[in-house]
Design a protein around this ligand. Sequence first.
Ligand code: LIP
Length: 265
Amino acid sequence: MEFVEAGINIAKEAGTMLLNHIDKPIKIDQKESEFDLVTEWDKKIEEYIVKEIKEAFPDHIVVGEEGFNNNFKSVSLSNLINENEHVWVIDPIDGTNNYIHGLPGYTISIAKFQKGEIRAGVVYSPDNNELFSAEKGRGAYLNGTKINVSKKERLEESIIATGIPSNIEIHRKNVLNQINMIGTKCRNIRIYGSAALHCAYTAAGRLEAYWEPGLNIWDIAAGVLIATEAGGMVSELDGSPFAIDFDTFLVSNGGVGHQIIRVLE
Ligand code: LIP
């Protein structure tokens, strides 16, 4: 309980900081390419979250998208997460492009692992004050009310989300081909621009599934727990089990996920 509560309080405060600056000029830098951006607020929010976690739990390890503990050198990220008792994995702004463009749908994502297992997860969407949370074995919640994945079983009645990766050569081309295959079989496709939000919306039964290749663990760790605690299923796109060093990612309400795997085979 103390981990999810800490995550909720930190995410809410971070969300308020983001809302207070959304209409002000912000400094933007490139990461790998001009399609892959980071703002001063990604860095400031990460610093804030790391400081709060370290103050509350001084012996815990924190890994953040924007670089905190993010140069794994000799130890891979999955080893780091699997071999340590307490590891937090955070994305200060998932959906940075939405934040830069003044669009809704950016989120703060905070996950707490214990020896490689995701035990607590929080995804906060500040612009509409929606907070999704879960603790292992205790269900998933939206603003304190229990949520469940949808019961739809046919692609034809399903809204499926995907994401457009910043890596053009491999991942973006794959997704565009996959949209061709899935998009002709489902009710419609959505792209909100935040992996964490897509997982949370699947957990809440708003989407039937979400897939994307080329993500990082900080994009989806909290969302994975929230979705599975809501009754959802996570795997790779070929149906193989989800692991911390995953390559492709699929979260669904279960039934629709199996159909997506078959369509993409
Ligand atoms: C982004 C995602 C987005 C996805 C991009 C990227 P960032 O994360 O959540 O949905 O399509 O591949 O990873 O960079 O905004 O934290």
